[in-house]
Design a protein around this ligand. Structure first.
Ligand SMILES: [Zn+2]
Length: 205
């Protein structure tokens, strides 16, 4: 039995979201049809898609380009923290002691699949580092297998650059393995930054 075409289209749209299977997509679609607030949801979704963009510098999702963080003159532009997701920027900002800029990968590398690599757009990061006067790149990808693989991939790609002044560090391993950056307490995150380890030291000096 097939659903009417508009309903099928809605189910398919929900199915595209991460972690949503066919059953859940159907449940959400039927709920949306019954819920009087659905028009509001549709408008919010449309507005979010229309009014947000990726910052051309840090690739974070923002409503201005460059984003508020990138255009803040008080931030230390010599330090760039690489994270997987926009919500990780929020977590680090909430912890409140990091003063540098960010670069958002919008994903991580899954070594088993291999395919994710091309979605990561590491070229964008490499081009930025080549152009800007960055002295330290802090790899703050998650402390799980994908996060580690992503960090190693970034490190590898940076070797293409002739940048003797660039140091590359990684958040301290004191992080509970498998924990996502976004779930870390303020203190744990502060410690991870304070005790970050060097993967590549500055060679110029
Ligand atoms: Zn930005």
């Amino acid at each position: 039995m097939a659903y009417p075409e508009p309903l099928e289209a809605l189910v398919t749209a929900f199915e595209r979201f991460p972690g949503i299977g066919r059953r859940t997509a159907e449940r959400l679609a039927f709920h949306a049809l019954r819920d009087p607030e659905s028009r509001g949801l549709a408008q919010a979704l449309e507005r979010a898609v229309r009014e947000t963009r990726r910052c051309s510098r840090c690739a974070n999702i923002a409503n201005a380009d460059p984003c508020a963080l990138c255009s803040d003159p008080k931030r230390d532009a010599h330090t760039v923290c690489v994270v997987e997701e926009p919500r990780h920027v929020e977590s680090i900002e909430r912890a409140g002691n990091y003063q540098g800029l960010y670069h958002v990968l919008l994903g991580s590398f899954h070594p088993g699949e291999g395919s994710e690599e091309r979605h990561l757009d590491l070229g964008r990061l490499v081009a930025r580092i080549a152009k800007e006067d960055v002295r330290e790149l802090i790899l703050a990808t998650d402390p799980d297998a994908e996060g580690e693989a992503t960090a190693m991939l970034v490190l590898e790609r940076l070797e293409e650059l002739k940048k003797p002044d660039l140091a590359v560090t990684r958040l301290a391993r004191g992080l509970p393995s498998g924990a996502a950056i976004e779930y870390l307490h303020k203190g744990v995150l502060e410690d991870a930054f304070a005790h970050r380890r060097t993967l590549r030291s500055r060679q110029g000096s």
